[in-house]
Write a new protein. Structure first.
Length: 152
C-alpha cells in the first residue's frame, strides 16, 4: 500500500518477472499475481496484491485488508508527501486490528542523491516506532528486490 506513483506495481513486477516499466499506468482498484518461491527449501505460493494509491479506491482497499497475511507500506524516497501518506495507510491497517507482519519500503533509491528528500534515518525511525521491518529498494535498478531475499 502507498501513494500513487511510488512504484508499487513496478516493485511487484521486478520481483515477479524481473521487469520494469518506465511510465506504467496507474493501477485500477486492486490487481494480483501469484508466484511460487522457495523458503527454507519448501515451495511457498505467494499471492501479491497490488493496491491502487488513488483515494477513489480507499474503501475497496480497506475492505481487502482482512485477507492479507502481510502488508508492505511503500513511499518514494524522492517524494516527501508519499512518506507522510504512509501514515494514512498505516491507520487503515490499525483500524482493522490485524495481527500480521508489516514492512516499510522506501522505493526509488536509484534517484540522484540531491533528489532524495526522505532520509534513510527518517524511514528507519518511522518503521522502528511502528514495529515494522524497513528496506530501501529500487524497482528500476532491482536493488533489494531479488528472490534470494527469502534465503539469504
Ligand atoms: P499507482 O498504481 O498509481 O498507485 O502507482 P504505483 O505505486 O503502482 O507506481 P508505478 O509502479 O506505476 O510507478 C509510477 C512511476 O514511477 C512510473 O513512471 C515508474 O516507471 C516509476 N518508478 C517506479 N519505480 C521506480 C524506481 O525504483 N525508480 C525510479 N526512478 N522510478 C520508478
Amino acid at each position: 500500500m502507498g501513494a500513487c506513483g511510488v512504484g508499487k506495481t513496478n516493485i511487484i513486477s521486478r520481483f515477479y518477472s524481473g521487469s520494469f516499466v518506465e511510465n506504467s499506468p496507474s493501477t485500477v482498484g486492486i490487481d494480483y499475481c501469484t508466484k511460487t518461491v522457495k523458503i527454507n527449501k519448501e515451495d511457498v505460493s505467494l499471492t501479491l496484491w497490488d493496491t491502487s494509491g488513488q483515494e477513489l479506491f480507499f474503501s475497496l482497499v480497506r475492505n481487502f485488508l482482512i485477507y492479507f497475511d502481510f502488508i508492505v507500506f511503500v513511499y518514494a524516497v524522492d517524494n516527501k508527501e508519499s512518506f507522510k501518506n504512509v501514515e494514512t495507510y498505516f491507520q487503515f491497517y490499525q483500524e482493522k486490528k490485524l495481527n500480521i507482519g508489516t514492512l516499510l519500503v522506501g522505493n526509488k533509491i536509484d534517484v540522484p542523491v540531491e533528489e532524495k528528500v526522505v532520509t534513510t534515518e527518517e524511514g528507519k525511525e518511522y518503521a522502528r516506532k511502528n514495529g515494522m521491518e524497513f528496506f530501501e529498494v529500487s524497482a528500476k535498478a532491482g536493488t533489494g528486490l531479488k528472490e534470494d531475499f527469502f534465503n539469504p
